[in-house]
Write a protein that binds this ligand. Structure first.
Ligand code: AMP
Ligand code: ZN
Length: 469
């Protein structure tokens, strides 16, 4: 499989470090509010990556954190903890908020067919690990104490901006507009590993540490949680593109300083879902959640299809019109699959492997999901029997997760059964003739009479059918 690696800015052949396992890490949600569908775009594409790797025969271990402490309102180590903000907003405790929105996140994931990672670890579970890493960084001279906090010293690194397609000045978090400079920092990009002093003294969750009572910085969580479960190396680290800097840059800085060797080989970044007016937000404009999609009558799987139709390295613009188009595409696709005969012969293995080849090529080309979706139409057009086509859909859906066969079966179940009753059939014929003669009153009378007898007429392109109500 070829994957674009943000670290090298190239598509590279994916080769795992260990032949028997692919170690994958995903930055989890900050559970202070519902996930918006932009966040979920990242999780959908990461899910497709994991499922593709499994489909291609790899054994995958995937770990995800839940950020329930330390993610401040600004990425630049200033502002209030987002969890505390959420708790204040809802007059609840931080842990109540964390539990509620963690559950809500996984409920949304289930609706979108996003598999739960093998390990899910809340950040508040790993305080000892953070203290150990910070202690080691201090011992090795990569960290310093100032104004009560422990900072990572970025000047100790040969190279800090590892995803170096950015302009350094733009990235300098300490000097970003609207962000107050932290005078304790020796270098503008130094970041907090452990807080004991913050302007927001009412931080709810605090722990003892060798440097005083405090709480971890956000970045250290992912380094420690991944090492706890995946060891000292990793194959693929995932996240939304906004995480590349400063979050992932800082993760790499502290992890490699701690380990003394390279940490993660491939960095997979999903680009953003935007609205027509720009950045997706939880506070401005319409707060787009999975529940909102459902309230408006959309099957969440339609949103998954919408995401799959475009490449993960392109920004994607959400609009209701675009989602409507995906809904129509999905409905038509499912109708075509429903029209296939489940008893349509024996599976033709050669034809099936040819169809699979195209699908695999799409995945192997930097996870080209839109091409993988197109492969579904190749199946419909293929010169093979229905059993083979249905087998291909079942096979591809292990990765795509579009409920293809289950949705098609639902359509079949809702279709009128071909019942036959000479009297009713004769009445349907009479109604058809009345309609042909534009005798609408007679046609309606026949419909009403049948209704009174508990028979519903269903008009289809192949003529009228009926079923008992
Ligand atoms: P958070 O809950 O803020 O920690 O974000 C969870 C994930 O969603 C992270 O991987 C972010 O990079 C990602 N993310 C945030 N906004 C968007 C967006 N508009 N489109 C895609 N991914 C996003
Ligand atoms: Zn992370």
């Amino acid at each position: 499989m070829y994957l674009y690696n943000s670290l090298t800015h190239k598509k590279e052949l994916f080769v795992p470090n260990h032949p028997d396992i692919v170690k994958m890490y995903t930055c989890g949600p900050t559970v202070y509010h519902y996930a918006h569908i932009g966040n979920l775009r990242s999780y959908i594409m990461e899910d497709v990556l994991e499922k593709s790797l499994r489909y291609l025969g790899y054994n995958v271990k995937r770990v995800m954190n839940i950020t329930d402490v330390g993610h401040l309102a600004s990425d630049a180590d200033t502002g209030e903890d987002k969890m505390l903000k959420g708790a204040k907003r809802e007059h609840k405790s931080v842990m109540e908020i964390a539990k509620f929105y963690t559950d809500a996140f996984f409920t949304d994931c289930a609706k979108l067919n996003i598999k739960t990672p093998d390990v899910v670890e809340p950040a508040t579970n790993c305080i000892d690990e953070y203290i150990h890493m910070v202690t080691t960084l201090l011992d090795k001279g990569y960290a310093y104490q100032a104004g009560g906090n422990i900072y990572f010293d970025t000047s100790k690194l040969e190279k800090y901006y590892v995803f170096n397609d950015h302009n350094e000045e733009d990235l300098a978090v300490g000097v970003r507009e609207g962000v107050e400079e932290d005078t304790n920092k020796r270098n503008k990009n130094d970041f907090v590993l452990w807080f004991t002093k913050s302007k927001f003294e009412d931080q709810a969750l605090k722990w003892d540490s060798p440097w005083g009572v405090g709480y971890p910085g956000w970045h250290i969580e992912c380094s420690c949680i991944s090492m706890k479960h995946l060891g000292e190396d990793m194959d693929i680290h995932c996240g939304g593109i906004d995480n590349a800097f400063p979050h992932h840059t800082n993760e790499i800085a502290q992890s490699e300083a701690y380990l003394g060797h390279k940490w993660c080989n491939y960095w997979f970044h999903v680009h953003h879902l935007n609205t027509e007016s720009g950045k997706m937000s939880k506070s401005k404009g319409e707060f787009l959640t999975v529940s909102l999609l459902e309230e408006k009558g959309y099957d969440p799987i339609v949103y998954r299809l919408f995401c799959l139709q475009s490449h993960y390295r392109r920004n994607l613009v959400f609009s209701w019109e675009n989602l409507d188009n995906a809904a129509v595409t999905y409905e038509k696709l499912i109708a075509k699959i429903a029209a296939l005969d489940p008893n349509g012969g024996e599976i033709e293995t050669e034809a099936l492997s040819k169809l699979k080849e195209r699908f695999v090529t799409a995945l192997n080309g930097d996870l080209n999901t839109s091409l993988a979706v197109t492969a579904l139409y190749d199946v419909l057009k293929a010169k093979t029997n229905d059993a083979t086509k249905l087998a291909a859909f079942a096979d591809f859906d292990q990765v795509l997760g579009l409920n293809l066969l289950a949705a098609a079966q639902k359509v079949r179940d809702a279709q009128p059964k071909e019942e036959s009753d000479p009297e009713i059939d004769a009445m349907l014929l009479a109604r058809a003739e009345a309609k042909k003669a534009k005798n609408w009153a007679e046609a309606d009378r026949i419909r009403d009479e049948l209704k009174a007898r508990g028979i519903e007429i269903i008009d289809t392109p192949q003529g009228a059918k009926w079923k008992r109500i």
